[in-house]
Design a protein around this ligand. Sequence first.
Ligand SMILES: [Zn+2]
Ligand SMILES: [Zn+2]
Length: 249
Amino acid sequence: MRTSFYNKLRDVFYQFLYPRSCVACSEIISSPTDPNTPFCRDCFAKVRRIVGPTCFICNVPFVSGAATSHSPEQRCADCRESPPSFEKAVTPFFYDPPISTAICKFKYEKQTYLADFFVRLIVESLANLNVDRVMAVPLHPHRLRHREFNQSLLLAKGIAKTLSMPLSIDALIRTRETVPQVGLSKKEREENIKGAFDVAHPSEVKGQRILLVDDVYTTGATLKEGARILMQEGAKTVIAFAPARMVLQ
Ligand SMILES: [Zn+2]
Ligand SMILES: [Zn+2]
């Protein structure tokens, strides 16, 4: 009773000093559970983690547990028909509000402080990954100039720091400008991204177990193409990572 009273008092005091509004619904955060979360309590409760059954390779949720009986090795139709170059994809959360709202603000409204929050949110998903270094999906220099920062690189930087692992900043590069993937079909996305990457520093790739970071996993086309180039240049393995995943239901 006493503890909860003091916690409340601390929250009120904190709020008085640093009034903040929820990044998803704009309500003033009156009593944060974690002073570092950008969400109000109601929005935080709506964050949806992806839990099984999912494809063993790409982590897409199966419609039902029964669907796995069609694939005893637990691979989705896509991964069976055209196996990706990455060993597996780690995508802990569904890309829907409030996560999607926060990712859009992070990406398009330059709210870069959110990178730290995403890294804290995903940290337990990184616990048992056997990797040697971290890389981000690169932006083309023109896009980078326009946006001023690469959101995937900010995430990769936080992840590398958390895992105490080296971060390769410019080993994987974008050689061709592509139109934004938003609004394209799965097939168009694959065509659009094909041949868009190259490896600039092979020594950072050869024999390495690489964690390749993107901001959102949609069809996986970008991460698949990045992994393909890294494997072609001699990477030992690639694990694809995005904090959130768009799931068409
Ligand atoms: Zn909210
Ligand atoms: Zn799959």
